[in-house]
Design a protein around this ligand. Sequence first.
Ligand code: ADQ
Length: 462
Amino acid sequence: MPARKKWPLFIVANRLPVVRGKGKGEGTWKRSPGGLVSALTPIVQRAGGAWAGWTGTTGPAPDPFDYDGIAHLPVPISRTQLASFYDGFCNGTIWPLYHGAIREPEYHRRWWQPYVTVNRRFAEVTAESAAQDATVWVHDYQLQLVPALLREMRPDLRIGFFLHIPFPPEELFGRLPWRRQILEGLLGADVIGFQTQGDVGNFLRVARRYADARVDGGQLQIHGHTVNVDSFPVSTDFDHYSQMASDPKVVKRAVQLHHQVGQGRKIILGVDRLDYTKGIDVRLRAFHELLSRRPEAVRECVLVQLAVPSRWRVSEYRELRSQVEELVGQINGEFSEVGLTPVQYMHRELPFNELIALYRSAEVMMVTPLADGMNLVAKEYVATRFDNSGVLILSEFAGAAEELKSALQVNPHDVDGLAETIDMALSLPEKEATRRMSRMRDVLSEHTVYDWADSFIEALDV
Ligand code: ADQ
């Protein structure tokens, strides 16, 4: 029997970086869109590595397969596990708790065991196929137990963990009935990465308090094991966005969109997953406030809100959709003039080119999450402004605010403040707007998603 193949570099993430093709490509795999997948792919390809993750379909997993120079190791998730592990513990407990408990987290003992079981399955798949001394990079809040489980199974591995969402302060984390188990799970890693320094500080305090770890600068000592903790702010493929944005076809489409949607007005754009952390409802209320103060603004600007369907099985998300659509209806009912609608709302995903054209067509971009690990939409908008035009309104509570200091930063809970900032953005002198945008572009061009991935792997390989 041939020896089983083993891989020297592993990415372990909830989802595999491929999706099943539709229509003509039915049944075949294709690479998932998105910056993270594009950044990680060359690193894994170069190392001849593997990626363990779920396919997105419940039931038995397909056999491992190669795609685009990467070994894909599917991890099975059953329909009942999906309900309690993913919809339940991940998105009903951890997601709201880690986002500052802006929705009440639910704590159900029946959700915990499936979280442990699924995490164990991911660890087993990796442990079986990682080469001796391999490097393993585990991603995000769905897999917080994997580092310690893996260390126990395979003490020879170098294990890194990166959290894409915020890490909460100790008074919130302390509420979690399984706080000790989660911490022990994470502390199995050699390197733990967060989006911001704020998250790092929260984690160090929590580890000292609830895991009795000894903290020395960014290093933790626990049971004779050293864990390095640092921030690795995620970013975009800056050059790709910038080049795409200047492609003549995209430029033409942006002009066309501006003409059709703007009808001579400035475009204010919002692009988000339909999630209660993204502050879409408060943004709409602020726009309502602006129109109440100055109804003539309907002739100066239009708010285009794109909301990608998300987690529709969770009832809170369905309620959010109704709430957002009601607010849109209310604003349009109150302030539309013949032929002029103040809010254009789209509930769907857009093809990449169309999204870039929309970014290009918008004079003002509103990114106002109540809490967000980083927020790539803010960075993508900046990356497309190759001519330094455009104004970014950015929540203080997005991780991106640590780097994008030249954005118009706002407290997203402050409806009046937000309404005033929209007004300010609409009339910001061009020189001032250019100065701010060019500073933000300097910051982002020096730190792309490729730098992010390289710096994490480097930290892990020392
Ligand atoms: P998300 O919460 O999903 O990510 P974000 O960082 O904004 O949030 O990424 C969303 C992505 O979806 C962007 O790349 C955007 O282009 C794309 N997108 C949004 N609307 C779209 C549409 N209608 N059509 C097509 N594409 C659309 C989590 C964390 C973030 C963190 C990232 C990466 O919550 O804080 O920045 O991971 O670490």
